[in-house]
Structure formats: structure tokens, C-alpha cells
Design a binder for this molecule. Structure first.
Ligand SMILES: NC(=O)c1ccc[n+]([C@@H]2O[C@H](COP(=O)([O-])OP(=O)(O)OC[C@H]3O[C@@H](n4cnc5c(N)ncnc54)[C@H](O)[C@@H]3O)[C@@H](O)[C@H]2O)c1
Ligand SMILES: [Zn+2]
Length: 366
């Protein structure tokens, strides 16, 4: 099968995303290194796809680092440790990093690539659904800080992103399902036709059909690529990708980043954003219930902590908060979203309390 090629941005910061089955084995011809040498940083948990990648890169690997990846290890120390090893190994400006793993690995290793020698080229090989549909796409890299998530980082787009659905074959069900929430999010803000296709393909996707997964991931990447290409620095449309994330981030933080996967928190955040979208943006009831039933089929997701006091404090820290309220992304209908600049805190809290995802008969067991 011919792989699909999607370009993001242009010139120096152009990223090329390749999508296709069997691409891992073809990494040697797709990943870019001006010197021909690669430095691999990979997730210990993604051993099987990484072995295929390793064989494909063969003798061109001059450093091969496996790292622990969880939100707790997404730290400046982790990026600094990679930089140490790269410098000790004699990394040169025209050598390239390859980051193979979920969003944690591509964020941490991409950030190391951004700071070593003031920036060396890098390539991303996402091995999670969230990584393929979202985290590896768009050029943001970075790490968490004790004061908050993703507070340190750099814009440093990978030269190449290689999306092979087989890389997610060993992903635990909970990560697989929650990653699909990010893919669905991209589809819902821009593409009504693909939203319907997602519904049709979902049973196949949940039974791990790689062709079906590739089709929706490809749609999500196209949405993100188009938005990011027109708004590299997040001044305009890129904010639409935050659909579900205002409450999602608050739910995630309220659970100490341990109780809920990012995608699960976003699913609850989307349920809350639907309440606001019905009230403020005229979202038809039928569209809201289609979204909720797809979320139900992806779940059931653990319930978020919803203490009003805690959510109020967390919302006040939102980067988009002003004295008049907090900006949010609302859906006018499936396929069409807009940013509302100042939604009063009280409305957010009411939406958080009202957010609900129905329980579907075909869901997995928590
Ligand atoms: N840079 C961006 O634009 C961007 C966008 C969205 C999310 N992110 C970041 O991405 C991170 C979340 O990424 P994620 O959802 O991929 O989580 P993750 O990187 O934590 O991976 C999830 C889990 O899957 C395991 N894993 C990864 N690949 C595997 C495989 N093939 N087989 C078995 N296990 C595997 C990991 O060890 C981990 O336990 C967050 O830190 C988030 O902030 C970044
Ligand atoms: Zn997200």
C-alpha cells in the first residue's frame, strides 16, 4: 500500500507526516538525518515496534537510549539526561534524534533535540494512538514543571513523523481507548463526514483493526495539519484544538494526573463543553447525543473528581482566564467550532457538574 504523505508548515520548519501500514520496517528510507546518523530515544514499554525500527535503522544508530515514560517522568531532568548522553556520544549539529514512544517520549526527546547545540533535527515515531493523532503532530515539545503541566518547552517541529498503526498493537486497552478521544476531538471540530465514518468504523477500531485505526488517525492528522499550517504559533484557529481541554485539564489536575488518563479527562471536558455549546452556541441536541454515544462506546471512563472549590481554583489558573471569564471552545454543530473569549466561571462550574457520559452496553469493563 502506498503511504500517505501530509506536509505541515513550510521551509525550515516543514514536517512531513507519513502514514501507512508497514512503515516501521521502512523507517530507514523515511526518517531524515542530514549526517545519516541517528540517536534513538524510545519507550521501554514499546519494545516490539522499537525493535522493528532499530533493525530498519541498522548501523546508522550511534546512540540507543530507552527511557521510562509516565507523566511523572516528563521532567526537565529527563530531557537533560538525554542531552548529556547525546553530548557525551559526540552528537553533531547534522545528526538527528528519533523519538519513538507515546506523547511523553516525543515531548521529552523532542525538547532535548530543541536544546542540544541550540537545536538538532529530530523525527517522531509515535507508538500510542494519542501520539499518532495529536502529540507527535504540530511541533510543540516540552516538559512539566512542579508548578504545572507543559510549562517548559520549545516549538521545534520534527522533520518527519512516521505513523504506522502496528506501532500501537501492544498498547493497553485503557491507553488505546483514551487516545481515540483526541482523534475524535479533531474530527468533531472540523469534519462532519469523518465524524460519521468514525462511528461506522468504531467497532473495527476497538477490535484493533489497523486499517480502520489508520483511517481515523489519518483524518485527525489532516485536521490538525491544516489548522497548524495556518497558525503555527497558536494565535488563531489552533485554539480550536483545545476543545474539551479547559475542563479536561482541570479534571486531570484534580485527579493529581494519576486518576485519569489525559484522553479520559478530555472526554469529560468534552461532555462539559457540550453543555455550554447547547446553551451558548446552538448545538443541536442530536449532535450532542451522537458525540456522547461515541464517547460512551470508547468508555466507560472513571468519574472525575468534581469538588467545586477545587475546580474553581484550577480554572482560575487557566492560561486563558481573564477577569471576565475563561475562553473556551464551543461546538456550533459537528464539524464546526468557535472560540468564545470569556465564559463566566460560574457557567464552567455548572457545566462541570452537569457533564455526563451515558453508559454504553458495548463498552469495556473499568
Ligand atoms: N506536544 C503536543 O502537541 C502534545 C499534544 C497532546 C499531548 N501531549 C502530551 O502527550 C502526553 C500523553 O501522551 P500519551 O497519551 O501517548 O501517553 P504516554 O506517552 O504516557 O503513553 C501512555 C502509556 O503507554 C505506554 N506505551 C507507549 N507505547 C506503547 C506501546 N506501543 N505498547 C505498550 N505500551 C506503550 C507508555 O509506557 C505509557 O505507560 C502528555 O504528556 C501530553 O501532555 C503533547
Ligand atoms: Zn489533549
Amino acid at each position: 500500500m502506498t503511504p500517505q504523505r501530509i506536509a505541515i508548515g513550510a521551509g525550515e520548519s516543514e514536517s512531513v507526516v507519513w502514514l501507512g501500514r508497514g512503515l516501521l520496517a521502512d523507517a530507514g528510507s523515511k526518517l531524515v538525518s542530514p549526517s545519516g546518523r541517528f540517536l534513538l530515544v524510545s519507550s521501554k514499554a514499546a519494545r516490539e515496534p522499537v525493535d522493528v525500527l532499530r533493525r530498519a535503522l541498522g548501523g546508522r544508530l550511534f546512540l540507543d537510549l530507552e527511557i521510562e515514560d509516565s507523566e511523572e517522568t516528563k521532567t526537565l531532568d529527563a530531557s537533560a539526561a538525554i542531552a548529556d548522553r547525546a553530548l557525551e556520544a559526540g552528537v553533531r549539529r547534522d545528526d538527528a534524534f528519533v523519538a519513538a514512544g507515546g506523547g511523553v517520549v516525543t515531548d521529552v526527546a523532542g525538547f532535548a533535540a530543541a536544546i542540544v547545540l541550540r537545536g538538532v533535527p529530530w523525527n517522531a515515531v509515535p507508538t500510542t494512538v494519542a501520539g499518532m493523532a495529536d502529540a507527535a503532530i504540530g511541533g510543540k515539545t516540552g516538559v512539566d514543571h512542579p508548578l504545572g503541566k507543559n510549562l517548559l518547552g520549545a516549538f521545534h517541529p520534527p522533520r518527519t513523523v512516521l505513523v504506522d498503526p502496528a506501532a500501537a498493537a501492544t498498547l493497553p486497552d485503557r491507553d488505546y481507548r483514551s487516545g481515540l478521544v483526541e482523534a475524535a476531538k479533531a474530527v468533531w471540530i472540523r469534519d462532519a463526514r469523518l465524524s460519521q465514518r468514525f462511528e461506522e468504523l468504531l467497532d473495527a477500531i476497538l477490535s484493533r483493526d489497523e486499517g480502520a485505526l489508520l483511517e481515523v488517525v489519518s483524518g485527525a492528522v489532516q485536521v490538525k495539519a491544516a489548522i497548524v499550517s495556518s497558525d503555527l504559533r497558536e494565535a488563531g484557529d489552533r485554539r480550536l484544538l483545545n476543545f474539551g481541554h479547559t475542563l479536561g485539564h482541570a479534571f486531570e489536575a484534580a485527579g493529581g494526573y494519576r486518576e485519569l488518563r489525559h484522553g479520559e479527562a478530555v472526554a469529560w471536558g468534552i461532555a462539559g463543553a457540550l453543555v455550554l455549546s447547547r446553551e451558548r452556541a446552538g448545538l443541536p441536541a442530536g449532535d450532542a447525543s451522537r458525540i456522547l454515544s461515541l464517547l460512551a462506546r470508547l468508555g466507560p471512563f472513571p468519574e472525575p473528581a468534581r469538588s467545586e472549590e477545587e475546580l474553581r481554583a484550577l480554572l482560575a489558573r487557566d492560561k486563558k482566564a481573564t477577569s471576565r471569564g475563561i475562553a473556551g471552545v464551543l461546538l456550533e454543530r459537528i464539524g464546526r467550532a468557535r472560540v468564545e473569549e470569556a465564559i463566566p466561571e460560574g457557567e464552567w462550574l455548572a457545566a462541570a457538574a452537569a457533564a455526563s457520559i451515558p453508559v454504553s452496553g458495548s463498552g469495556n469493563q473499568p
